[in-house]
Design a protein around this ligand. Structure first.
Ligand SMILES: NC(=O)C1=CN([C@@H]2O[C@H](COP(=O)(O)OP(=O)(O)OC[C@H]3O[C@@H](n4cnc5c(N)ncnc54)[C@H](O)[C@@H]3O)[C@@H](O)[C@H]2O)[C@H](O)CC1
Ligand SMILES: [K+]
Length: 573
């Protein structure tokens, strides 16, 4: 199973093709309602007589809501299911007569001028299902729709107030019985109504869902902020669309899932020694940023790689050796704790033994370090590069463009560039021409802004568009960090992570990610796969760490400690 990501136009084409292939719109709607009802039933299963309010819009999203409500009632006789209609449903709606027949309560917004009925319905609910609008919405919301959503919010506040009044307080905070929130869950059908499914913009009146059930594929707007904040936990129901629907199959954007990552991971051979699982070299650290090398190295080891070497300025190695006992060290010549000229020669004496290379974490951006970086990159260049401009290093060797130099080109192993490595790249004109093929760049939005010359806001606003476009333009693999991290490659594939966990927004987690990726690369994974799997496992470990410690208190070392839980969950013994 691969989860695709589409825009609304692509989704319309897929629906039409599925209909053509024999899965009618009504069948899709019934399967959509079935999937939503399954989630809803789980949300209320602990209650003996749950009360459910379903908000119904005029289009097919409302139709999904009607099916959902009916199926909840059918599965749980004790549930009190009521419907609130924004407008009259179309005359030929097949579900309204059934609802009347079963005798379920319905109210209509136009009969409820001050929206008191709605407010009371919500205030007395355990679950609110938002089926007002899906992908057919055009923002801004019209007046009556906004009024309805505001009344729902008031109902939720009433419920919360009532809940608070019923609370008891203990003066010992360790024993406080109180529980945050009103206890009402919100389940959105396809997304909170008011979400723009293409851009992630969202109307200010939209509800904040605990969960969203979406259909056939995820939509860009569910993964882009600010909208993604209101989507809650996302479930994708594929509605049984067959593979022959090429409109779905040809979509290149995917949402990564655990089973796919588990399949990507290299098998472990029992008859092995430390050489079997590859050797990673990490060029990292400088006197001002000592810890980065330690985090990256420990993380790489947790990926299962056989050996990790850290190449760093000698004083850094001295400070870190005791804290990183598993690592071996390559002591680079330095000047005041920063790599100096001569480092390149020593690096190339060593690098032949390694199966993957990470450059950047905590290296600093001194001129000598930048010179080292470009000398390393240019060693591998497959094609002649136009005369260097803008670096301003008088003693750079000439660009390698003779046939002999090209023959030498395969010596650098698969490469990841992170952190200061990226910052040093961005100082050079047309820096991407120096990258070996299939290099993985791992920028956060700030580093991506420097690399592209855009602002951080511009990067964040069009994450999918920019990461795909730049992967092509720079002919490299880009991993753009952030909630719903994205990975893109030049041929057009783009992969999003399902995680949006603020636990990872803390210093050093980037070093952990880069270390993990180089560890997987060293074990022979294809670069794109290593980037995807590394990012997934890193974020998954972040979830484990956040569960154990609370997202606020997680630090980068905790993510390393949680990596084994993430690996074990994906590949149980
Ligand atoms: N994609 C799928 O595979 C399936 C989708 N299903 C569901 O269908 C909706 C999309 O349905 P559609 O009828 O096209 O649109 P909506 O229900 O989202 O809304 C259309 C409805 O809303 C009115 N409207 C639009 N914008 C506004 C506004 N700003 N203010 C007020 N009213 C507005 C418009 O006039 C129409 O009346 C999709 O999301 C899924 O939930 C299938 O059922 C299953 C397969
Ligand atoms: K909705």
């Amino acid at each position: 199973m691969v989860i695709k990501i589409t825009n609304t136009e692509e989704m319309r084409a897929i629906e039409a093709a599925a209909d053509e292939a024999g899965i009618s719109y009504q069948t899709m709607m019934e399967r959509a309602g079935q999937a939503a009802a399954e989630r809803a039933l789980q949300l209320i299963e602990h209650l003996s007589d749950p009360r459910v309010t379903v908000l119904i819009g005029p289009g097919n999203n409302g139709g999904d809501g009607l099916v959902t409500g009916l199926l909840i009632k059918q599965a749980n006789e004790a549930a009190d299911v009521r419907f609130y209609l924004l407008t009259e449903r179309p005359e030929d709606d097949p579900y309204i007569p059934v609802i009347h027949e079963v005798g379920l309560f319905t109210a209509l917004a136009s009969d409820d001028g001050d929206k008191r009925v709605l407010r009371n319905m919500v205030a007395s609910s355990d679950l609110v299902i938002d089926a007002l609008f899906g992908i057919g919405i055009r923002l801004p919301l019209r007046d009556e729709a906004a009024k309805v959503l505001r009344a729902v919010r008031r109902g939720l506040l009433d419920r919360e107030k009532e809940h608070k009044e019923a609370e008891t307080w203990s003066i010992n905070p360790a024993q406080a019985p109180s529980e945050a929130g009103s206890g009402v869950k919100i389940l959105a059908i396809d997304g909170p109504s008011g979400l723009d499914f293409d851009t992630g913009q969202i109307d200010t009146t939209a509800l904040t869902a605990d969960e969203t059930v979406t259909f056939i594929a995820a939509k860009y707007g569910q993964l882009l902020f600010p909208g993604a904040q209101s989507v809650g936990q996302l479930t994708v129901a594929n509605l049984g669309i067959p593979d022959k629907v090429k409109e779905l199959k040809s979509i290149e954007a995917t949402l990564l899932d655990a089973a796919t990552v588990a399949d990507l991971l290299p098998a472990r051979n029992q008859d092995s020694n430390k050489g079997t699982f590859g050797k990673a070299m990490i060029v990292a650290g400088s006197v001002n940023y000592v810890g980065a090398a330690n985090l990256a190295a420990r993380s790489a080891y947790r990926s299962g790689v056989g050996l990790v070497s850290v190449a760093s300025a000698r004083p850094v190695a001295g400070m870190l050796a005791a804290a990183t006992p598993e690592a071996t060290w390559v002591l680079l010549p330095h000047d005041m704790g920063v790599v100096s000229d001569g480092a390149t020669d020593m690096f190339f004496e060593e690098i032949g033994k390694y199966s993957a290379l990470l450059i950047g974490p905590g290296m600093g951006q001194e001129d000598t370090t930048q010179r080292f970086l470009f000398q390393v990159l240019d060693h591998n260049r497959k094609q002649a590069v136009p005369k260097r401009r803008g670096l301003g290093f008088a003693n750079l060797p000439p660009a390698n463009d003779t046939e002999d130099d090209k023959a030498e080109a395969s010596e650098l192993p698969p490469l990841v560039i992170d952190a200061d490595g990226l910052n040093m790249l961005s100082k050079e004109d047309e820096w991407w021409k120096h990258l070996p093929e299939n290099t993985i760049l791992t920028p956060h939005p700030g580093e991506m802004a420097r690399l592209t010359g855009l602002s951080i806001e511009e990067v964040q606003k069009d994450r999918f568009g920019i990461v795909s476009e730049k992967a092509k333009e720079w002919n490299t693999i880009i991993l753009l960090k952030g909630a719903h991290t994205l990975i893109a490659e030049p041929k057009g594939r783009v992969t999003a992570l399902p995680f949006k966990n603020d636990a990872l927004a803390t210093a050093g987690t980037g070093d952990v990610l880069a270390g993990l990726i180089v560890g997987l690369l060293a074990q022979g994974m294809a670069p794109y796969d290593a980037a995807c799997a590394g990012a997934y496992l890193h974020a998954f470990a972040g979830e484990f760490a956040a569960q154990a410690l609370g997202p606020r208190s997680v630090i980068a070392s905790d993510v390393i400690d949680a990596l084994s839980s993430a690996f074990k969950a994906l590949t149980p013994a």
